[in-house]
Design a protein. Sequence first.
Length: 414
Amino acid sequence: MLRRSAIATVLLLIALLPLPAAAQSKPDVERQFQAWLQNDLWPEASKSGVSQKAFDAAFDGIRLNWDLPDLVPPGSTPKKEQKQSQAEFSSPGAYFSEKRLQGLAASGRTLAKSHAGTLRKVEQAYGVPGEVILAIWGRESGYGRADIPHPAIEVLATKAFMSTRKDMFRRELVAALHIVDGGDRTPAQLKGSWAGAMGQPQFMPTSYLKYAVDFDGDGVRDIWDSVPDSLASIANYLRKKGWEAGRGWGYEVRIPDGVSCAQEGPDLARPIGKWSSRGIERVSGKAFPKAEAGASGMMLVPAGTHGPEFIVTPNFYVIKEYNNSDLYALFIGNLADRIAYGSGAFSGKWGDVGKMLRSDVLAMQKALVAKGYDVGKVDGLPGYKTRRSLGDWQEKSGLKPTCYPDASLKAKLR
């Protein structure tokens, strides 16, 4: 009897436990979502200054968007990390699709002419070259032609309630409510991507509040339908992130034998004239501009010695503020050069790199840290600190430095 009673008690306790996420119905989660909006989000939004009227208008009839990626419904756990698919983990060459770049460049040159007056005024106001503004505009939204149809409030609310980055999307959702409350956009007009980035420049709501400008003088910061506002907002973003007027993004170069690739990174900047004196030359055959001789430049070898090599200016890292990826910033730089000068693909070819698993790179980073190296974040991503630490270790180990992780080094670096 005691045994049966104990079993019955256990079964009763199990029955009272919360249902696992797989067993929760969507209507149940929707009810939790509505309660979260009123009991959790509204107090925070109200405290930040959002009006009841704007809040009610934003969430009138809103439901969760179950088709978005990276959702983690209440009570469930995130999916295990999948094999990496970012550009850094596949062939970098695929990121620089020649067909796509040629198409964007041709459109960019046409638009540079049709919007010449606006671009000239934007350049004068913010100090950012028109070709760089056009390149970002083209990369982010196909010069405003891309279909960006998702209701931003719905996307941000869904991800703030049940995604792998709730806190970040919650901040963006509250910012979006301030946009509605400020009158620049109604909830229905607030359109964005599946990740919440909005309008032609693809600004997140916090970026809109900080950097969007009314350049056409109609009283509204309209990055959805106004080309002048979109171009000026991109330029304002870059200026406020530190763009140095009168300078470009950088130069593709050839680094001669005897000059180690383990010298890259913004913290190892030196005057461009110093790099030049060590035999580093532009692939174009032209000399570095005289005005650049005493200006700061940094070595960049995103694929180590297996790909194109660069000397970049601080403006390269400003472009990375838009999207924190070396390849993204190089794409923008290359596209800007094509628009302005009619140039083509990078001269250096991307080698057979990018096949390493993140776990393998992580193991290399841990081994380098154990040897006293600073690899930056120990996260399995081969950033510049990891690349140069690897190159330095190779050099000290009697190996030819390549400054990029590859399978042949796994057994050697332990």
